[in-house]
Design a protein around this ligand. Structure first.
Ligand code: UDP
Length: 325
């Protein structure tokens, strides 16, 4: 199979590369290396089944050729990470929306039944009540715009609407994934992501930086399970023109996460608390709860996550410890 991955040097993108190379597929990555890193794919650069182009999806001239070659496309290229979203509010909207629309338009102009997977995000659900299960069919929340966190959510909603409209009007074979918090190798803490930040802090014996009071909750899915979900969804014709949550239901507080990572890494780091305002700037809207309804995912894939959170965290800690040696 020929697989094209936009944003393939990023966290999820590079894990998709490893997954498909291992399966014997031919993989073509385009990435402008804005958040993605060449180190994430350096292992594959000389591989016969791998090709990399450093390119911006908005203007890259060979996109038509790359799309025509592909049997499956994963569209992962986007401006991501809370810090980066707050710092670059315009490019979040421009890149994320125009990039996705261009890809859909190009795909519509090729005559091959390519399967397209588009990355959306659980951010589109906005802030929710404790224990509220987030279901693909529920109405979505976007808060009034006193900060630009919601630009990410707006950009992903526009991508979803484009994807479903192309599916309806032109019969494009697309599935939209709403990713919940996914963790694993190659994820960087530079733009926000809590797990790589806490892992690096504990391994370096630096302060662990909890934002807010640490009672906010998240559920973390191992990227290796996420890969299996994406592949199964791509292969299932019933996922066509559907939006599907990809995540896990095992919610925990950020306090519990900090203590677990500290314990597993046997670190003497102090746990510190910083206000949201000091961490992200004035008027930041935190999301306190984010728990996916996974019924649709289970129905379409029949897969339950294989990796326990403890195993994933231990793997990440060992990996970080090796880097420090
Ligand atoms: N967070 C934290 N310390 C950090 C980075 C993040 O306490 O150094 C918190 C953040 O405020 C949020 C949670 O961890 O409540 C998850 O943050 P992340 O940016 O990983 O993902 P998202 O908010 O998009 O779920």
């Amino acid at each position: 199979m020929h697989v094209l991955i936009t944003g393939g040097a990023g966290f999820i993108g590079s894990n998709l590369v490893a997954y498909h190379i291992k399966k014997g597929d031919k993989v073509h990555v385009i990435d402008d290396l804005s958040t993605g890193r060449i180190e994430n794919i350096s292992l594959f650069l000389e591989h016969l089944n791998f090709k990399f182009d450093e390119a911006n999806i908005l203007i890259w001239q060979d996109l038509e050729k790359a799309v025509a070659w592909a049997d499956r496309i994963y569209h992962m290229a986007a401006v991501v990470g809370v810090f980066r979203v707050l710092k670059e509010p315009i490019s979040v909207l421009a890149t994320n929306i125009a990039g996705c629309e261009r890809l859909l338009r190009v795909l519509h102009n090729t005559d091959w039944n390519t399967k397209l997977i588009i990355a959306s995000s659980s951010e589109v659900y906005g802030n929710r009540l404790e224990n509220e299960l987030l279901n693909e069919d529920m109405e979505l929340h976007i808060s009034p715009g006193h900060n630009s966190r919601w630009n990410y959510s707006i950009s992903k909603l526009a991508d979803e609407a484009f994807a479903l409209s192309y599916a309806r009007q032109y019969n494009i074979n697309v599935t939209v994934i709403r990713f919940f918090n996914v963790i694993g190798p190659n994820q960087t803490g530079k733009y926000g992501m809590v797990v790589p930040r806490f892992v690096q802090q504990t391994v370096r014996e630096q302060d662990i930086t909890i934002y807010g009071d640490g009672t906010q909750q998240r559920a973390f899915l191992d990227v290796r399970d996420a890969m299996i979900y994406l592949d199964l969804l791509a292969e299932n014709p019933l996922s066509r023109a559907e939006i599907v949550n990809v995540g896990t239901a095992r919610e925990m507080t950020i306090n519990q996460l900090a203590h677990a990572i500290k314990e597993y890494s046997q670190s003497s780091s102090n746990i510190t608390y910083t206000s949201y305002e000091d961490a992200y700037g004035k008027g930041f809207d935190e999301i306190y709860h984010r728990k996916p309804d996974l019924a649709k995912l289970l129905r379409l894939t029949n897969h339950l996550p294989k990796w326990a959170l403890e195993e994933t965290l231990l793997d990440l800690i060992h990996h970080e410890q090796k880097k420090e040696l």
